[in-house]
Design a protein around this ligand. Structure first.
Ligand code: C2E
Ligand code: MG
Ligand code: MG
Ligand code: MG
Length: 288
């Protein structure tokens, strides 16, 4: 009966999986209309200066106000949009929205920068530089207030085209930061060669290293977490980059990341992604 049970469970699993596939398919198919109907918005998460705790910037994170499913996080649909290619028009729309918001903050005298995520697919697209230039022009946002976050994966196989695109963006005055640093296969030579502004250490750096397997015999040295972290941060600083710690959920994590030398912190401890008005209230409060 164990076998029968196993088979039943497998069938249930297969069924659930196809149900999930069907849901993904429905989401993908619904996206173009959702884009036309303005169902995509941005939430903004504080980027906090770890020296004094003030909000120096924000990261714009995509949200989908789905009529049936409620608010979906980026993790639930961005990959699908990359798959179908919809990320190109969606990304352009979100970039414009973020720059418009940051420009409004700029006009109110808040010196916030805005980080916007750029998918690899967008980097491959030839019109990216022109559309960034056009959006900056239309919104009046100072170029240095825009930081584009590209994942490590985008610069692993650094093609001439991507290299040229990044150089042209920097030429516009826009800043480039590497997102989720330390999770892919960071090509250190590329890191040195690119005109980057900063690194964002993946959230896993904010947590103690998971220990794999049984405790090792005494002769095996375990790396010291704090020293390891400080070395990674020093690598960033040696390259002239600012270092941001992502995924900070507790005060002790914030202390650890600051002690390691990180410049900026981001995470639920400092604030969740929220509508722009909530950010305005917080920065208005810190100015007084
Ligand atoms: P990311 O750029 O690394 O963004 C950080 C993710 O971690 C966000 O998830 C954020 O809500 C979440 N997060 C922030 N602080 C904490 C924390 O303290 N604890 C935990 N557990 N999570 C935290 P989100 O919004 O679901 O976005 C997921 C990913 O989707 C982003 O990862 C980014 O790669 C991508 N993404 C988001 N918005 C856009 C966009 O407009 N365009 C593109 N191309 N990608 C986007
Ligand atoms: Mg990001
Ligand atoms: Mg990240
Ligand atoms: Mg991420």
């Amino acid at each position: 009966w164990a076998k029968a049970d196993g088979k039943a469970r497998w069938m249930l699993f297969a069924h659930e999986r196809s149900a999930a596939d069907a849901e993904r398919y429905r989401l993908s198919a619904a996206m173009p209309a959702a884009l036309r109907h303005g169902e995509f918005t941005l939430a903004y998460q504080p980027l906090v200066d770890l020296r004094d705790g003030h909000i120096a910037g924000v990261e714009a994170l995509a949200r989908w106000h789905h009529p049936r499913l409620g608010v979906l996080g980026a993790g639930q649909f961005i990959e699908l949009a990359e798959h179908t290619g919809l990320i190109v028009p969606l990304g352009r729309r979100l970039l414009e929205q973020a720059c418009r918001q940051a420009s409004a903050w700029q006009q109110d005298g808040y010196g916030l920068y805005v980080n916007v995520n750029i998918a690899v697919r967008q980097l491959h697209q030839t019109g990216l530089v022109a559309s960034v230039a056009q959006i900056l022009d239309r919104t009046g946002l100072a170029p240095y207030r825009l930081q584009l976050e590209v994942t490590e994966h985008a610069v692993i196989e650094l093609t001439d085209q991507i290299r040229a695109t990044l150089a042209a963006l920097v030429e516009l005055g826009v800043r480039i930061v590497i997102d989720d640093f330390g999770t892919g296969y960071a090509n250190l030579a590329n890191l040195r060669a690119l005109p980057l502004r900063g690194l964002k250490l993946d959230a896993s750096f904010a947590r103690p290293a998971p220990r794999i397997g049984k405790p090792p015999p005494p002769a095996v040295r375990r790396p010291d977490d704090a020293a390891f972290l400080a070395t990674v941060v020093a690598l960033g600083h040696t390259l002239g980059l600012t270092v941001t710690a992502e995924g900070i959920e507790t005060a002790s994590q914030a202390r650890r990341m600051r002690a390691a030398g990180c410049d900026t912190g981001q995470g639920w401890y400092f604030g969740r992604p929220v509508p722009p008005g909530d950010i305005t209230r917080r920065v208005a409060g810190q100015r007084r």
